[in-house]
Design a protein around this ligand. Structure first.
Ligand SMILES: [Zn+2]
Length: 134
């Protein structure tokens, strides 16, 4: 299911991929989502992919300060293994927000249907995935 500024980019039955266009029109700013049935964890997952930018996060205009912060971030990633960083995705208007939610809702309905029709899933696992109860 695709909608205004949000499109389904792939569908494998147990995983549906979407791309949402950022209002700033930079493709590098787009948000990529994956709704996925994880058969090993017995959960429904949402994976979010987005390019993050150091200079935008740190808000500096000083070239040396920006590079030093990047080096510190790279070292933190190297030795700690994770970074806390954020970036902005801009919705163009309320219609895009509604469509974003509609597309996700449609994806969840598709996954629920696929879970119900999957003969390989055991009844108990189906119940866990659909109700979230264990
Ligand atoms: Zn953007």
């Amino acid at each position: 299911m695709s909608n205004y500024r949000i499109m389904e980019t792939n569908n494998f039955g147990d995983a549906i991929f979407y791309r949402a266009a950022c209002h700033c029109t930079d493709e590098k700013c787009d948000l990529h989502l994956e709704l996925e049935i994880d058969n090993e964890l017995h959960m429904i997952l949402m994976n979010i992919y987005k390019d993050l930018w150091f200079e935008e996060y740190w808000g500096t205009n000083n070239w040396f300060e920006e590079k030093w912060k990047r080096i510190k971030g790279a070292l933190r990633l190297l030795f700690v293994g994770r970074l806390k960083i954020s970036d902005t995705f801009i919705f163009g208007d309320v219609t895009q927000i509604r469509n974003f939610l509609d597309v996700l809702h449609g994806g969840m309905e598709q996954l629920e249907k696929n879970i119900k029709n999957d003969d390989k899933l055991l009844p108990q696992l189906k119940k866990e995935l659909l109700t979230g109860r264990r």
